[in-house]
Design a protein around this ligand. Structure first.
Ligand code: GLU
Ligand code: ZN
Length: 310
């Protein structure tokens, strides 16, 4: 047993799982299990206006039907507000975070990225319509992705040096906690050591790593897998009406996910159960085999494509 490995799958309940999200779930599950690690599920329902009632349950049901069984209780971000606020209050008291009144318009006038304007303004605690920002004094660093290799964030256009991370918003002016805060706080809280997720999040990874540094936590290891897209730059998503996963074809869906990731894998009919299929998948899982392209185009026009037997 590899005690030092805790992985997770963190879907947002803004729509049912589709093929692209199943691929991410499978990859993070297999990476965790093949290393003898734990695998957690966290429902990222922080952006409540975008969440749909009951979708969390159907996501969990789809995972169970596909044999992707998690360890421990499922965490819901909507139930963690108290903890997030405590962290923010502490950071403000330690002067590691501060209030900011800048509007989107003002930030646009700064040239599109926030320039630290409110850092030294000492804005009073109960000023309405304020965001909370973290002081970030580290540059956006390169990192070694477990799957995609060395990832270099874009360099500053001014001097070619590493760009500085901007002071990240922790809580928005409308009172919502920001995704880049809660994802880090939860991964720290749940002691996650390995994050395997879709390449659509590779660009924010240097920023999230800067948040870890600013909070004095060691960042986890990251591995990004290709995302399924219907056209260049258009990942499969609820917005473009990706077909929800059909639970009646769990084995076929799993085989399709394995092949999408780059593994040559037997036909679904060779396995009697999802469990035996997943055991075979765990034994062939190898980060080196995973396709290194950030995006793979899949057919979307046949609405039943992902539901058909294979
Ligand atoms: N909740 C995010 C999503 O559904 C994933 C966040 C993550 O894996 O870090 O895209
Ligand atoms: Zn400001």
């Amino acid at each position: 047993m590899h005690k030092d490995y805790v992985g997770r799958f963190a879907p947002s309940p803004s729509g049912q799982l589709h093929f692209g999200s199943l691929v991410t779930a499978v990859a993070s599950f297999l990476d965790a299990r093949s290393h003898g690690g734990k695998w957690l599920v966290r429902i990222e329902d922080i952006d409540e206006p975008r969440c749909i009632d009951g979708v969390d349950k159907s996501i969990l049901h789809t995972l169970e039907t596909h044999g992707l069984l998690w360890d421990g209780d499922v965490m819901y971000q909507s139930q963690q507000h108290h903890r997030y606020q405590q962290v923010i209050d502490r950071l403000i008291a330690q002067q590691k975070a501060y209030l900011c009144t800048c509007t989107r318009k003002q930030i646009k006038a700064m040239g599109g990225s926030y320039n630290g304007h409110c850092r030294h303004q000492n804005i009073e605690a109960n000023t309405p319509n304020t965001a909370v920002r973290l002081k970030v004094d580290t540059p956006l660093e390169a990192f070694d992705d477990l799957i995609m290799g060395h990832i270099q964030p874009p360099l500053s256009v001014h001097n070619g040096a590493s760009a500085m991370a901007e002071d990240v918003v922790l809580k928005r002016r409308d009172g919502l906690f920001s995704y880049n805060l809660v994802v880090v706080l939860d991964d720290v809280f749940q002691q996650v050591t390995h994050i395997i997720r879709g390449c659509d999040l590779i660009d924010v990874t240097p920023l999230q790593r800067a948040v870890y540094h600013a909070l004095d936590f060691p960042p986890p290891a990251y591995g990004h897998v290709p995302v399924a897209a219907i056209a260049p730059g258009r990942k499969l998503s609820k917005q473009n009406h990706a077909t929800p996963i059909n639970n009646e074809h769990a084995r076929e869906n799993l085989v399709r996910a394995m092949r999408f990731l780059g593994f040559s894998f037997p036909q679904a009919s060779e396995f009697d159960t999802v469990q035996s299929l997943l055991n075979a998948a765990i034994s062939v899982w190898n980060r080196k085999i995973v396709v290194k392209t950030p995006e793979i185009i899949v057919p979307q026009h046949e609405s039943t494509y992902y539901s058909q037997p294979l």
